[in-house]
Design a protein around this ligand. Structure first.
Ligand code: GLA
Ligand code: ZN
Length: 680
């Protein structure tokens, strides 16, 4: 990865265009006081930079760039194409999107451009080129920030025509499209490409409040792919415009929804980015394991490479119904949580709090008070000082994981478009459950894409792998045959890439590997449960655990039975199976189990493989290890409101942040962070 930074970058979004010029010098003074070394600028300045179709004016930005450089700061230069100017919306209606219910939007908000608008593509690309030409040699320039939090859906006529072209390229013929979409159902046979319309509330989508629901899964799934691809194309146009001028530019775009934004396949985007950038905005009550999983996913998007924490709030948010302050120490704690999992920057939205409009109550390093004598500023400045001391210590460090969880956007889309057996089934909570079983034991997990090499993992888990892409079953078979342990669950192997069921018994293409066939899938009401009765031979497990949501009725073929259902008419049928396959094993969890089962199950599986926690900690204390040049850096993060005690063992360790040596029993105050290094 191209790494141009000498330390963990520290800074964030800076919008001087909202403030009088006189204040900018004061901003610089405050930034230096806070240890800030990078500012993301020009994120929402398109209208300023291009007041009409032919005029470009960057004087203010020249001034900002110069000022940053004069004060020893880097610029993360945004192309500013995430909100188009009002003149463009008036002159060129094609830039304005059409909503899922067919309304043509007027001018307003941001993230408001149609990704297939010729006007938008032309002018966004032109803007990227202009900026690259102008700032190519600017000494402050470190990073390029294309657009901002890409992601929207559009249903305009341009998108519809582009969708038809996309389908022609994908299917070649209408016969093939009719086959893939299963259009013999409900009289949908298409005889002309122009008969095809976008799937939305005017066509295939049934329900305004649950947009996943569609009458035609294949069509909606292809729209998801198409839309994600259209946005990716917009990114590439800007990226290429920049790279045409600056071949070695480091280009990124920031990912939204804490990295789990459903409409965009971030694995596909990741390939085109030089470095991943995450916007992390968990609410104060979000479980820490959920934030951790998302950080691990960001690291997984580019095969374990470090990423940038591009945005987080120094304190409160403004866009949730209720926006509490971040408690003292929490901003620092969450910043180190990101670093512990692979982030090489700690950046905020934003550096100075806006005076007007939507975000005036969003947390910022400089509050409306306007000076440095605030709690938030003090906490930011302390962290700035610490990151300076840390220098390059952790740059390029790696996470060593022997466990991987497969994450796949196509599967996410298809699974949640499914009509039946249960709308209760959602992808992220399933992923999270399996992740949690390891998180709570401090066992590192890589979140990986389906295309990744599996060979380096001892355990690979694919929760609800409903959609099996071409070649995946074979890949999993090879992995297990050569010694790997694979775990998958109910509602896996059901369909192919077109959402057509693989006939002959579920789990379809995974049937041979798992050694079972599933005959029926029962759906349980919320709050209704069956149980899994562990058999004596179940590899160290015993007792009974609750399960529910979906319970599959399956027949073992080559698999052995590890648990059976405790009740209902399928009492005694297998609920958990293990299939020895080559020199490995493949487990099938046939129903949605309670968390305690997963903790016990993966506990014994890890123990058998000698996969150990990085360190034992009490509940609420997160531990993670980063490795660099053979040195192991153990992060201890106390998420509790109270102090917690941990036992380090007899050896001496260096507390990297304070330079003190620690050993034996250690008391972690509430929200404390330690980075410990073994002393040889
Ligand atoms: C997003 C955007 C920022 C800002 C923040 C506020 O992450 O990228 O421009 O609006 O949200 O939380
Ligand atoms: Zn459109």
């Amino acid at each position: 990865m191209p790494r141009a930074w000498p330390k963990i970058l520290y800074g964030g979004d800076y919008n001087p265009e909202q403030w009088p010029r006189e204040l900018w010098e004061e901003d610089m003074r405050l930034f230096k006081l806070a240890g800030i070394d990078i500012a993301t600028v020009n994120v929402f300045s398109w209208a300023l930079n291009q007041p009409d179709e032919t005029t470009y004016s960057f004087d203010w930005l020249d001034d900002v760039m110069d000022l940053l450089h004069a004060n020893g700061m880097y610029a993360c230069l945004a192309t500013g194409t995430a909100a188009h100017p009002a003149w463009m919306a008036r002159q060129y209606p094609d830039v304005r999107t059409v909503t899922a219910d067919g309304r043509k939007m007027k001018y307003g908000r941001r993230h408001n451009s149609c990704p297939n608008s010729p006007t938008y593509r032309k002018y966004s690309q032109a803007m990227a080129a202009k900026l690259a030409e102008r700032y190519q040699d600017h000494p402050a320039l470190l990073l390029w920030h294309v657009n901002n939090e890409y992601g929207w859906r559009c249903y305009c006529d341009n998108c519809e025509s582009a969708f038809r072209e996309w389908l022609k390229a994908r299917y070649g013929t209408l016969e093939e499209l009719n086959r893939a979409w299963y259009t013999s159902f409900w009289s949908h046979t298409f005889y002309d490409w122009d008969e095809i319309v976008l799937p939305n509330l005017l066509s295939e989508h049934l329900n305004r409040s649950n947009f996943d629901q569609t009458a035609f899964q294949g069509i909606s799934l292809d729209y998801d792919r198409f839309n994600s691809g259209s946005i990716l194309d917009c990114y590439k146009l800007e990226r290429d415009a920049i790279k045409a001028v600056i071949a070695d530019a480091v280009v990124t775009t920031n990912f939204q929804s804490n990295g789990t934004y459903k409409p965009l396949d971030y694995f596909k985007l990741a390939k085109e980015l030089d470095v991943i950038a995450l916007d992390s905005y968990p609410s104060n009550d979000m479980p820490m394991s959920q934030i951790a999983m998302r950080h691990d996913l960001m690291r997984g998007l580019k095969q374990g490479q470090p990423y940038l924490l591009m945005e987080q709030s120094p304190s409160q948010l403004n866009w949730k119904p209720v926006n509490p302050l971040k408690r003292p120490g929490v901003m620092r704690l969450w910043s180190y949580q990101a670093v512990a999992r692979g982030a090489e920057s700690v950046m905020f939205f934003q550096l100075r709090r806006s005076r007007g409009a939507f975000e005036k109550f969003h947390g910022a390093v400089i509050d409306h008070a306007g000076h440095e004598h605030t709690r938030v500023f003090r906490e930011c400045a302390e962290l700035g000082k610490e990151l300076k001391l840390l220098g390059d210590t952790l740059l390029g460090a790696e996470t060593e994981s022997r466990v991987a969880i497969l994450f796949d956007w196509d599967n996410w889309w298809a699974l949640e478009h499914s009509s039946g057996p249960s709308q209760q089934l959602k992808y992220l909570p399933q992923i999270q459950k399996y992740y949690d079983a390891f998180y709570h034991r401090n066992i590192p997990v890589d979140m990986i894409g389906i295309q990744e090499d599996l060979g380096k993992y001892d355990i690979v888990i694919a929760p609800v792998l409903y959609l099996v892409k071409e070649g995946v079953a074979e890949k999993l078979e090879n992995y297990v045959a050569s010694g790997g342990t694979f775990v998958t669950t109910f509602f896996s192997g059901i369909v192919d890439e077109s959402d057509l069921v693989t006939l002959g018994g579920y789990p379809g293409e995974l049937r041979k590997l798992l050694g079972v066939w599933v005959e029926e899938i029962d759906a349980l009401f919320p709050g209704q449960f069956n149980s899994m009765q562990l058999q004596a031979n179940a590899a160290g497990l015993e007792g009974s655990y609750a399960c529910g949501m979906l319970c599959e009725l399956l027949h073992p073929e080559t698999a052995e039975i590890a648990a059976t259902y405790g009740s209902d008419f399928y009492q005694g049928m297998p609920a958990l199976t293990r299939n020895v396959f080559g020199s490995g094993e493949a487990w099938y969890i046939a129903a949605d189990p309670e968390d305690d089962f997963l903790a016990a199950f993966f506990g014994q599986l890890s123990e058998r493989k000698n996969i150990l926690p990085v360190i034992e900690t009490p509940p609420g204390v997160e531990a993670a290890v980063r490795v660099k040049n053979g040195e192991r850096y153990t992060f201890l993060l106390n998420h509790n409101e109270t102090s917690s005690t941990i036992h380090l063992g007899p050896e001496q360790r260096l507390d990297v942040l304070t330079g003190r040596q620690v050993t034996g029993e250690m008391i972690l105050p509430a929200h404390a962070v330690y980075i410990l290094k073994q002393i040889p």
